[in-house]
Structure formats: C-alpha cells, structure tokens
Design a protein around this ligand. Structure first.
Ligand SMILES: Nc1ncnc2c1ncn2[C@@H]1O[C@H](COP(=O)(O)OP(=O)(O)O)[C@@H](O)[C@H]1O
Ligand SMILES: O=C(CO)[C@H](O)[C@H](O)COP(=O)(O)O
Length: 477
C-alpha cells in the first residue's frame, strides 16, 4: 500500500474521536470533542445538531494547522441510534440512542411479523418516532455527518442499517407495513462522494477527500483489532462487553441473540453485545484506583462470591433475559473480594458468550483479541485468559476511529480489508493462560451456569454445552 494518510471519525456516546493515521498504523494526529445526552429511565437521546459541531472541533484538533493530504475517510457511529430527517436531510426528531428502551410495543409487533429485532434496535425506535413525531426518513448517526461532509443526502451503509432490519444477506429492506421512509443502502467500503468546500472550511479536512461508507462502532473496533480472518474474535470490554468474530458463513441464531454484520468482501462478522461489563466497577467503586484494587484482588482467586455483573437490568447476550438483574451469590469478604468477584464474573460471562457461540457452530479456533477500556488492566487480561483457557492478543491502539481509517484505506485502494488491517494494526502483547488456572475457576463457573439455568435465563442445552467444554478445557490445563 502506498504511504498515504487516512482519517477515521468515531461518533460515540460521550464524545467524537478523530484519528489521522499513516499507512503503517502510526497515529499522526488525534482530536476529541464531548457530546451530551439525556437519560430518563429507559429513554436515552442526543441532539443530532451537536454532532456536526463536535466533528468540526475534533477534526480541527486532529489535523492541526497543516494542510495534510488525506487519501480517504470513513465514519462510524453507535449501532442502532436513529432519527428521522426531512427530504433535505435535516433532523426532524431527536436521535434515540442505541440503548434507548422505549420501543417495546413496536419491537413486539415486528417480532410477531417475523423480524428478529431487539427492542433497542433502530427499526422499532424509528416506528416509535414516526408514530409520535410524524413521518420522515430513517437516518443513522453517521449518515448525517457523511451528508454534511459531501454536501447532499447520501445512502446509508448496510452495517448501520442492520439494526434497522436491513437484510444484509439479500441486500434489501424487508417489507415493513407502516415503516417511515427508508434510505438507499450501499456496502461498507463504497465511495459515497468527496468532501465539499463548505465542509472543508468547517472541518479542516481538504476538499475533494474521498468519503467511504463506514460500519458500526462495534465493527470498527473489530477492524481496529485486526480480527478479520476466519475464526478470529475480538472482545471489546468497555462499559459493556461486545464480542465479534469472522466467519465465511453467517452464524444462525433463531433467538436473535447473535446477529451477523457483513464485511465489505461479503464474508460475515457474527457477534453479540452483553450488558455485563467494566461499567460495574465504575458504579460500585466510585473513585477507586483499578491498579490498587487489582493488586488486592489477586489474593482472592477464586473470590468468595460469584457474580453475574450486569451494568443495567436485562441481558441480551449470551442469553436473552429482559428480566435479568445483576446477581452476587455468597457474601464477599470485603471490598477486594467483591472487586475480584466482579472481575471474575465478567470473565465468566465472556466464557459463556464463547460457549454459546461454539454451541451455535461459530468458528472459534483463530486468535482472540482484547480491546476496550477494561483491557488497560494487565491483571484482568491475565485473569480473563486464565478463565477462558486461551491466549489473548492486546493491540496497541484499539479505537474505533482507527478501524474507520483502515476501512477508508480499503475503500480507496481496493486492497483486501484483512491485509490492510494487518499492516495497520500492531499487537502490543500476547497473554497466555497460566497452567492450572482454568481448573481453579471451573467450580465457580459451573455454579454460575447452574444458577443462570435455574433462574430460567439460560437455556439448558446451552448450559450442557458449557459444562462439556469446561470438562475438556480443565482436562487439558
Ligand atoms: N485499568 C482499568 N481496569 C479496569 N477497568 C478499567 C480500567 N481502565 C478503564 N476501565 C473501565 O473501562 C470502562 C470504559 O471503557 P471504554 O472502552 O473506554 O468506554 P465505553 O465502553 O464507554 O466506550 C470503564 O467502565 C472503566 O471502568
Ligand atoms: O452498545 C452498542 C453501541 O453501539 C452496540 O450495541 C454494540 O456496539 C454492538 O453493536 P454492533 O454489533 O451492531 O456493532
């Protein structure tokens, strides 16, 4: 690949991040700008008008004052965030965020019509918006930014459209009676247009820069981890846990817990998003220093209590249980023991996600990467490798914006995405499981699986599969 420079834009929950990246993955510039949101019970909204201003600030900071040539850019957003726009592409509603849970009734109706959607997905929320605000065209978070960059409304990409129920296998919208207007769709990596002079003036990104159709932030993080070859997986441990892998065929899950994004080359990126995650630490230990707590937790292996640490009520992966609440079995012997139980509980949930994927027949024999804020803890990385019984790669730079820079390079050069990712993604370290450690955690893991089954959250065949994989792994360790 030539020595070009690429730009990635990540529209997140709390901020917009922009990275300027060289052909070897070196970060040449970065910028960020905060975003506000409104939460009220199950409702979570953002003002889409704020996104453009934040993109301008973050791009300006990433590019500095220089007139650097950018060979291409792509934009990712939070998956399932939607709003409605008028024919000129202007917002006519607030944006309902990916975790906004108000569209229960709409989701129920869609499911009874045969569409495997969760209530936080884009299509039920778009129906809710159409019912309460009137009609408009469904627009995903990045569509508003790519339109502004190019200077006219542009198609959406099939990745952000997935949770609006776009059929990525048939490359078509399903027939949804009463649906608001649906946008044209292109595959990720397609050229959408070029940065127009007005957008260049506002952002500092040179006019004429190619704008490439992006993917969701979850897929962007996967690209940034390099996990794009068959059987490779990326586990993003941030506030919550998202697992995504690469497969030549979709992983079929009738319950919709695991769903499949589609890579630009037509291969599949199966995965799911759990409500377990590192967010429980922030909530339970306000102001604690993770490094200090990790050091103290090392004396509690296994912990005296067993946790299933949901960040918010309801679980979506590795099982669907809207009624599930965080659980702690047993009485932790102090704060270090509780911290240990939470770290171990997240790793147990991660193990169960992999067991579930295996149960569905997903290919799992490639490398596993750990990314997200939780991967900043070397202790937790080791613990997770021990409990999973498999090594994990920790990349140097794992931001979704890097994934978008890689996708832009693919879109402009036409080189295969996995090849470009390998030339731009650097692995910092590989953590191997310690001998005997998987067996040390076998009993609490099995107890947790039993408890989840007894509560009716985890289907029994999945539990049986988890026990049999545990027997195999502990015989080896
Ligand atoms: N050293 C650490 N040890 C444990 N958890 C950490 C550490 N650093 C960050 N985190 C966790 O990472 C989470 C944030 O992850 P991040 O990927 O940055 O954000 P988000 O998922 O919100 O996009 C927080 O919940 C925080 O508790
Ligand atoms: O919590 C989220 C914010 O976007 C998403 O649910 C998560 O990233 C997974 O979404 P996807 O698999 O569609 O990328």
């Amino acid at each position: 690949m030539s020595q070009e420079t690429w730009l990635g834009i990540d529209l997140g929950t709390q901020s917009v991040r922009v990275l300027v990246v060289g052909a070897d993955g070196t970060v040449l510039g970065s910028g960020t700008a905060p975003l506000d949101g409104r939460r009220d019970g199950p409702r979570h909204e953002q003002d889409p008008g704020e996104w453009w201003a934040a993109v301008c600030t973050a791009s300006g900071a990433a590019l500095g004052n220089g007139s650097r040539r950018i060979a291409g850019l792509a934009v990712c957003g939070t998956s399932g965030t939607v709003l409605l726009t008028d024919p000129a592409g202007r917002p006519v509603t607030p944006a309902l965020m990916y975790d906004d849970g108000r569209a229960w009734a709409e989701a129920e109706r869609l499911r009874s019509a045969g569409l495997a959607v969760q209530h936080t997905w884009g299509l039920p929320k778009a129906l809710w918006l159409a019912r309460t605000h009137g009609r408009g065209t469904v627009t995903h978070q990045p569509d508003l930014i790519t339109a502004r960059l190019i200077g006219r409304p542009v198609p959406t990409d099939s990745s952000h459209a997935l949770k609006t129920a776009y059929d990525v296998a048939a490359d078509a919208w399903p027939d949804v009676p009463g649906a608001p207007g649906l946008p044209d769709v292109v595959r990720p990596g397609t050229l959408l247009g070029e940065v127009c002079p007005a957008a260049a003036e506002a952002t500092g990104i040179p006019a004429g820069t190619p704008v490439i159709a992006g993917m969701t932030d979850g897929c962007a993080a996967q690209i940034a981890s390099g996990a794009l070859r068959e059987g490779s997986w990326n586990s993003v441990l941030g506030t919550t846990l998202v697992l995504k892998g690469a497969s030549p065929v979709p992983v079929h899950d009738p319950t919709g817990v695991v769903y499949n994004h589609r890579a630009p080359d037509g291969s599949w990126l199966p995965g799911g998003a759990s409500s377990v995650g590192a967010g429980v630490l922030t909530a339970a230990f306000v102001g604690a220093d993770p490094a200090v707590m990790d050091e103290r937790a090392a004396a509690h292996e296994p912990a005296g209590a067993i946790a299933y640490p949901l960040v918010s009520p309801g679980e979506r992966f590795p099982f669907l249980a809207p009624q599930a609440t965080a659980l702690v079995l047993g009485e932790p012997a102090g704060d270090a023991d509780l911290w240990a139980a939470l770290l171990q509980g997240v790793a147990f949930a991660e193990r169960l996600c992999l067991d579930y994927l295996h149960h569905l027949g997903a290919p799992l024999d490639g490398p596993l990467a750990f990314t997200g804020g939780g991967a900043r803890s070397p202790y937790w990385n080791q613990l997770r490798a021990d409990i999973l019984g498999r090594p994990a790669r920790i990349p140097e730079q794992t931001e979704p914006a890097l994934g978008m820079a890689v996708l832009a390079a693919h879109g402009v050069t036409g080189e295969a995405l996995p090849d470009i990712a390998e030339s731009m993604v650097r692995i910092r370290t590989v953590v191997a499981p310690r001998p005997g450690r998987t067996a040390l955690f076998a009993e609490p893991y099995a107890r947790l699986v039993t408890e989840l089954t007894t509560r009716g959250w985890l289907p029994e065949p999945v539990a049986a599969h988890a026990y049999s994989r545990l027997t195999l792994d502990t015989a080896d360790s």
